[in-house]
Design a protein around this ligand. Structure first.
Ligand SMILES: [Zn+2]
Length: 330
């Protein structure tokens, strides 16, 4: 079985509801890409259906083995299809029709929907209907990077579990087991992995991430003075980056502003982006606390907007003008 590192609270919850046999029909699992949502969902599907009288999942009964080998007839995994960006309403209609069948061998039929944030609004509305009137012996595990990308009505119909973020030291230890990259690279990817081991592993495979990190560091250096939109665009040009790159760049900015805000508050903390403490302190003296909060929130909003197909050019332009407006004291 794939090892589940930390996430004790979520596992305890799953053990409790499995033992009580009062399993909710919809569970939403929220966590960054690579934070282990799918592993946890499969583990839970095994736990519910395991035949063992002892610790579940046992990993050796016929149900556990079939789930592990991905051949269990009652466990369905739904995801964005290759080459597509969304999960269409037709896919949800198929789920609804399958959900009305009684399980062929399992105790509960389990539908794991990966990348729930990619469900179209129409698909989410269809899903909501079945969440409201769920068939017997069906459990939906809806995985998402951010619950705000789901309809609030969907979220309120389910139990929300958040993936627990891993401490730096644990991610570092795991990465070092499988990589010979230098410590500085490892530190850099940990800094932007947001506590997600999978994301850190992905990032460590490429060199591009380190280039993007350098870009963000150069951008923060410009904030030591009070920059114009023009000087910001010179570092971070709206024409030079693709959407995929922005998925890495904006979290760097987000964690950077978080660090600066915490630095200004005088709290004791471990920086998530900055390795150059002097630069972080210098910027914290240049920008007011309220503006730092605004910058963090705006960057977070832009991160989210990338999922709803906002044009990368527009995202960068908006970001630069916002930073130029708020990177000051008053
Ligand atoms: Zn078992």
């Amino acid at each position: 079985m794939t090892e589940i590192i930390l996430n004790n609270e979520n596992l305890d919850y799953m053990r409790r509801i499995t033992a009580s046999a009062a399993i909710p029909h919809a569970i939403i699992i929220e966590g960054a890409a690579g934070s282990g949502k799918y592993t946890l969902a499969l583990h839970f599907a095994s736990m519910i259906n395991c035949d063992s009288e002892n610790e579940k999942p046992c990993g050796s009964c016929s149900s556990c083995i079939k789930i592990e080998q991905n051949v269990h007839a009652d466990i369905s995994v739904i995801d964005v299809e290759d080459g597509k960006k969304t999960i269409p309403v037709e896919k949800v209609r198929e789920i609804i029709s399958d959900a009305s069948l009684i399980p062929s061998e399992a105790k509960k039929r389990v539908f794991i929907i990966r990348n729930g944030q990619a469900l179209t609004p129409q698909a989410q509305n269809a899903l909501l209907k079945i969440f409201e009137e769920p068939p017997k012996d069906v459990v939906f595990l809806l995985l998402t990077t951010d619950k705000r990308l789901l309809l609030p009505t969907i979220v309120s119909r389910g139990i929300l579990l958040k993936m627990q973020l891993l401490p730096r030291e644990i991610i570092k230890e795991e990465l070092k087991k499988h990589s010979s990259k230098p410590d500085s690279d490892i530190e850099a990817v940990i800094a932007v992995s947001g506590g997600s081991l999978g994301q850190a592993q992905e990032l460590l495979k490429g060199t591009k991430i380190l280039k993007l990190r350098e870009l963000v560091e150069a951008y923060f250096s410009v904030l030591k003075s009070t920059p114009s939109v023009f000087s910001l665009c010179e570092v971070f040009s709206p024409h030079s980056y693709k959407r995929e790159e922005l998925f890495a760049v904006f979290p760097f900015f987000k964690y950077g502003f978080r660090d600066i805000a915490l630095c200004k508050s005088g709290a004791e903390f471990v920086p998530m982006f900055f390795t150059d403490t002097e630069l972080m302190e210098c910027i914290s003296e240049k920008i007011s606390s309220s503006n730092l909060v605004k910058l963090y929130q705006k960057t977070d909003e832009l991160c989210l907007s990338l999922y709803s197909n906002v044009n990368p050019h527009t995202a960068i332009s908006v970001f630069n003008s916002y930073v130029s407006e708020y990177s000051r004291l008053g």
